[in-house]
Design a binder for this molecule. Structure first.
Ligand code: BGC
Length: 659
């Protein structure tokens, strides 16, 4: 039997960070961390809103907004806990908790409606075991904010519904939360700006609460809303489920990854993208990185091209911001934000890391030098068109975007006297531990791609090979060649940042994440399998995998040279990153925890492009499987140029059929 339910037994309040990610529910507009209903701000409770950014007073950056917590519920005077279980049904994003207290049993379910993105639903069942108990539920306005308080000017109103409204502090954007409950409370309590219904419960009571965020409430019962919600999820799985046979753990882990991707897809919007930490909170400023273009696009392009199109449109609609950024640095065209927020404004600051020893901001060069971002976007657009055939997007801003990115690269490039080759000096490649390098091979290639797509007749300097190994950037091989363990042992603080000029990795060949290997995956035709293998063997031991974006690139390339056994643990690492938890949560003193959509998207890429070996050749989908032994077969649907197809790969056959 396929497993669709994730469960943890035992009350574990100290696990609030990982469980908050592990049990997240969402519908693309709203993400709700998997914290328990009685938790408050200190346990990172968040009803996180997509696409709204605001700066808290005295802060240097904008970040997304958390709405007041309308899912708050608590048994007053809690007695001791006899048993507790928290679960998530990933078939349709239903979070539930069941707690057996000495004096009552409490069961709560909740979901974010896929059918009505502004609507959240909760069902509470409480059964006293003898004496009456008191249940409190309502809208808690004391919410988690990582960098200062965002909401101000609170107003409350109590009619047959409860309503809490507030304004964001910088831009005064209204945020409203309205709740209706199927039962009248014995009392409504207002504590500061929070509103709570209080029920004196003598016998089993079932409460159904419908909540609207930034919209009016809509009619319908909990069950009606649940059934409309489930129908949408069913359709999503029909077009996307990857069935792995022979390895239940791998199957569940991948299903879990796809669950996350579905939960954060901005279906409600015409043009929007997915933040690096999904809708799991304010980390990474809720910003959009290259993660979308390189790690999330393949899943949506193949299963829900309408969503992939929204990502591209988001970039087209934020071209203005990208042009301003290019102009700010004295270049032509479009230099996209490294951490893109609304309007394409770059949320990345010049001092994006805080030193753990001095607590002083450290100068980082992600914003001004990580120029591969513009090429990544052109690359994603190119692949999107190859798979969907949607050339129409070119007339609707796509062509302009490509040209603007190419203009940027042309003006940013340098050529040595007497040479006709363009070079890119002073850049940061995907490996962020080595800043301000020259001719990062990945950056050069992605820039060449953009220039070529724009039809510009110019040549970019190709990668330099030494003994068959691509040099990540000029001078990389001259850096200290030392083991990862040795570099790690040089750390003086567990949260110390490895990059920047004084970081432990900077003067060594130890890299943060796939860089040359990412290049080899994106530009497969440029490299033979043998070259990929040799480079893998060189770079993998030198890679910290300090970013969740790294493992999948190594897994994909290992499949390519016929070593799926090397890919398998990296696949599991990607697919289980939010299920297992742990992971890096600090960059210096800056908290960067949350969910990892790019790892989830990477897991999908490994299963489909790695294990099943799906790619396009001469404009047609083909398979070159590289299945690990544990896996008997992989089956999945895909949409190619509007046609629904089905892939079926086993150890002795591989076929693509049209439905
Ligand atoms: C990685 C970037 C990535 C960002 C957001 C960083 O740690 O180095 O490549 O885009 O996280 O996921």
């Amino acid at each position: 039997m396929e497993k669709w339910i994730i469960t943890r037994e035992g009350y574990e309040p100290e696990e609030y960070t990982d469980n908050g990610n592990r049990f997240l529910i969402g519908n693309g507009l709203i993400g709700v961390r998997g914290t328990l209903e009685e938790y408050t701000a200190d346990k990172m409770v968040a009803i996180n809103l997509a696409g709204i950014y605001d700066k808290a007073p005295g802060q240097t950056w904008r970040e997304p907004i958390n709405a007041p917590n309308a899912f708050f519920a608590k048994l007053e005077n809690q007695s001791s806990i006899l048993s507790h279980k928290q679960s998530l049904n990933i078939a349709f994003g239903l979070h539930s908790r069941e707690t057996d207290y000495e004096n009552a049993t409490l069961r709560i379910e909740r979901f974010c409606s896929m059918a009505e993105p502004n609507i959240l639903c909760q069902k509470i069942s409480i059964t006293p075991k003898g004496k009456p108990v008191t249940l409190i539920c309502g809208i808690d306005s004391e919410i988690w904010d990582i960098n200062g308080t965002h909401l101000t000017d609170f107003k409350t109103s109590v009619t047959d519904t409860l309503r809490v409204s507030a304004l964001t502090s910088e831009q005064r954007i209204p945020i409203t939360v309205t709740e209706r409950c199927n039962r009248t409370a014995d009392e409504v309590r207002e504590i500061r700006s929070s509103l709570f219904r209080v029920f004196n419960v003598k016998e089993k009571l079932v409460l159904e609460r419908i909540i609207a965020i930034n919209s009016e409430l809509t009619p319908g019962s909990y069950d009606e809303k649940l059934s409309a919600h489930k129908k949408i999820w069913e359709r999503l799985w029909e077009n996307s489920e990857v069935k792995i046979k022979g390895d239940d753990k791998a199957a569940l882990s991948l299903r879990y990854s796809l669950y996350h991707l579905h939960s954060i897809a901005p279906r409600h919007a015409d043009s929007l993208s997915i933040p690096a930490r999904g809708l799991s909170g304010q980390t990474y400023k809720g910003a959009i990185f290259w993660d979308t273009e390189v790690f999330l696009m393949p899943f949506f392009t193949l299963t829900e091209p309408a969503v992939a199109r929204k990502f591209i449109k988001y970039r087209i609609n934020t071209l203005g911001g990208a042009r301003e950024k290019a102009a700010e640095y004295g270049f032509d065209g479009a230099f996209f934000a490294w951490e893109s927020q609304d309007g394409g404004v770059d949320g990345c600051t010049d001092f994006n890391v805080v030193d753990v020893f001095t607590n002083r901001p450290v100068r980082t060069y992600f914003r001004d030098k990580q120029i591969h971002i513009s090429g990544d976007i052109v690359y994603a657009l190119g692949k999107y068109i190859d798979w969907t055939g949607d050339k129409n997007i070119l007339e609707n801003g796509g062509d302009e975007l490509i040209r603007a990115c190419a203009d940027f690269y042309r003006s940013r490039a340098y050529s040595r006297p007497g040479s006709d080759k363009l070079e890119f000096t002073d850049v940061v490649g995907p490996d962020e531990y080595h800043e301000r390098v020259y001719n990062n091979a990945f950056t050069n290639r992605i820039a060449a791609y953009a220039l070529e797509k724009a039809g510009y007749d110019c040549k970019v300097r190709e990668p330099i090979f030494k003994d068959g190994i691509v040099e990540q950037f000029d001078g990389y091989f001259n850096l200290e060649d030392v083991s990862l363990a040795e570099v790690r042992s040089r750390l003086k603080h567990p949260r110390e940042y490895w990059g920047t000029q004084s970081g432990v990795a900077f003067s060594t060949q130890i890299i943060k994440q796939a860089d040359v290997i990412a290049l080899m995956h994106l530009f497969q035709d440029d490299f033979t399998d043998d070259i990929v293998k040799n480079n893998w063997e060189y770079y993998e031991p030198r890679t910290e995998h300090g970013s969740s974006l790294s493992a999948c690139m190594y897994a994909l390339t290992a499949c390519r040279f016929g070593k799926p056994d090397l890919a398998y643990p990296l696949f599991m690492k990607s697919a289980r990153s939010d299920l297992d938890g742990g992971g890096k949560s600090w960059a210096g003193n800056v908290y960067i925890g949350g969910t990892h959509p790019a790892a989830a998207g990477g897991a999908y890429m490994i299963a489909t492009q790695g294990f099943a070996g799906l790619s396009l050749q001469d404009g047609q989908p083909v398979l070159k499987p590289s299945l690990p032994e544990q896996i008997e077969s992989i089956k999945f649907p895909l949409i190619f140029r509007g046609k629904h197809m089905h892939v079926n790969v086993t150890h002795d056959k591989a076929e693509i059929t049209q439905n």
